[in-house]
Design a protein around this ligand. Structure first.
Ligand SMILES: Cc1cc2nc3c(=O)[nH]c(=O)nc-3n(C[C@H](O)[C@H](O)[C@H](O)COP(=O)(O)OP(=O)(O)OC[C@H]3O[C@@H](n4cnc5c(N)ncnc54)[C@H](O)[C@@H]3O)c2cc1C
Length: 435
């Protein structure tokens, strides 16, 4: 077993900005709970919240520290999107399914907002100023325009608006884009502050719920009970929720999730605080911004710094070359940042799935899960944690294409690393030739 891990750089801007030093105990005795949850990120904490709210006892074990995984180190982009367009969902599965997926994505953002209000997490600095998808070429712009028109007509989406090149340049400070679409009702937050604040307040309201530095090593299912073994004691419960997402390889307990996701490294850089003149010109309306390339780069501001993210290094370790490539891409888009120092570099793993969609459901009558957010999980994993709790407690919510039965094992799993390189290379080639 390979944990606790020091995987990826964890000296994030978010941690440096956070004043929260709350830590949670390590399990030190055998315990009982109604639902045991493995993984202390958004999925696990939202599941714990939902279980506790019903008057039942959840217990979360986190192998590292709360928020150590993607939840503490992501970009904080709060979006209501999937990697598949709604029009494609409608073509392949019918309009009712596309409508249900649209509803779920908006419920996800609303649920983040609800939790932040409910627990008073002002430190998460949730800002719903909207987000802009910036088209990197005419073909991508035409596709954005077409999707927006389709959504208006079929989903009653009247809130998105098309921007021309000049408007995008004013919004972003970059002349790299031929246009874009602005979506309201989405935005940004401080990811580490959100996960730590949520944990702190859940533990205050429902004591003895969270245990850190407590890896789940083994699970046994017998006599209508689940038993989770850790090095420091065992937990007996009626139900288990696996909330380990891209980090499902830490121990064999999440083997079934591990086999269904492809971990892909995503990296972020953050500059020194911007000079006032740059502050006034770049990302003036404090939204989140992403481009239309397949190998998408995104950007936002936080702490008066420019934060820029995209694909990280392949393989097990970060590389200076991948961070340098990210910086070059940022300067290409924003030449004014050429002399701006980079203060923070970090990375983490996102969980890609074969159908590019997340999934939630049951593995059997005692084990539920939610995973596979494909790099867009801040809002979605929070909602899916709640939905996983619904499944664990016996309801059967309508989750449309997120349904667990569609969560397929990755074929030729041992070759996944090589596969990632081939697919990423192909996508980069298509991006480069403007397809
Ligand atoms: C660099 C980066 C940038 C991203 N940017 C964005 C963004 O801007 N917007 C967006 O929507 N999404 C983004 N994402 C994706 C988003 O962060 C994730 O989808 C989301 O945080 C997943 O939450 P989670 O709780 O399911 O998983 P995680 O937060 O990864 O938590 C899983 C936890 O399980 C624990 N664990 C695993 N095995 C065990 C075990 N055996 N015992 C105990 N604990 C165990 C791990 O230690 C880990 O802490 C980004 C991800 C990364 C890595």
């Amino acid at each position: 077993m390979n944990m606790p891990q020091a995987e990826g750089a964890t000296a994030t801007l978010w941690k440096a900005m956070s004043g929260d030093a709350t830590r949670f105990p390590q399990l030190d005795a055998d315990r009982k709970a109604d639902v045991v949850i493995i993984g202390g990120g958004y999925t696990g904490l939202a599941a714990a919240h939902s279980v506790a709210r019903r008057g039942l006892q959840p217990l979360v074990v986190e192998a590292n520290t709360i928020g150590w995984g993607a939840s503490g180190r992501n970009g904080g982009v709060v979006s209501a999107k999937y990697r598949i367009a709604y029009s494609q969902m409608a073509r392949e599965h019918g309009i009712q399914v596309a409508k249900a997926m649209y509803r779920l994505s908006h419920e996800a953002v609303a649920f983040v907002q609800e939790l932040i209000l409910d627990y008073g997490l002002v430190e998460a600095e949730l800002t719903l100023n909207g987000g802009i998808r910036c088209a990197h070429n005419g073909r991508a712009y035409a596709a954005l325009k077409e999707e927006l028109a389709w959504m208006r007509q079929e989903l009653g989406e009247d809130a998105g608006r098309l921007l021309d090149a000049h408007e995008v340049a004013i919004e972003t400070g970059s002349r790299s884009f031929v246009g874009g679409v602005i979506s309201p009702g989405v935005g940004t937050l401080l990811p580490y502050q959100f996960v730590c604040g949520l944990a702190r307040e859940i533990n205050k309201r429902y004591p003895d719920t969270l245990f850190e530095r407590t890896p789940a090593l083994r699970v046994e299912q017998r006599n209508h009970k689940i038993c989770v073994y850790t090095p420091y004691g065992k937990i007996q419960a009626d139900q288990l929720i696996l909330a380990t997402n891209a980090y499902s390889g830490i121990s064999p307990v999440s083997q079934k999730i591990k086999r269904r996701v492809i971990p892909f490294r995503s990296s972020i850089i953050a500059t020194e605080p911007l000079a006032e003149s740059l502050q006034q010109r770049l990302l003036v309306n404090d939204r989140h911004y992403g481009e239309t390339r397949r190998m998408m780069r995104w950007f936002r501001k936080a702490d008066r710094r420019f934060v820029f993210g995209g694909r990280g290094a392949f393989g097990k370790h970060d590389s200076a070359a991948a961070f340098n490539a990210l910086q070059r891409a940022m300067v290409e888009m924003f030449p004014e940042l050429a002399d701006t120092r980079i203060d923070y570099r970090w990375s983490g793993h996102v969980a890609m799935t074969l159908d590019a969609l997340p999934h939630v459901g049951r593995l059997n009558e005692r084990v539920s899960f939610a995973a596979g957010y494909n790099g867009a999980g801040v809002a979605m994993s929070t909602l899916m944690g709640q939905l996983a709790a619904d499944f664990a407690l016996g309801s059967n919510p309508d989750v449309a294409l997120l349904e667990g039965g569609r969560f397929r094992p990755v074929p030729l799993y041992p070759l996944r690393e090589a596969g990632i390189r081939v697919v990423a290379g192909w996508y980069q080639f298509l991006d480069a030739i403007g397809r």
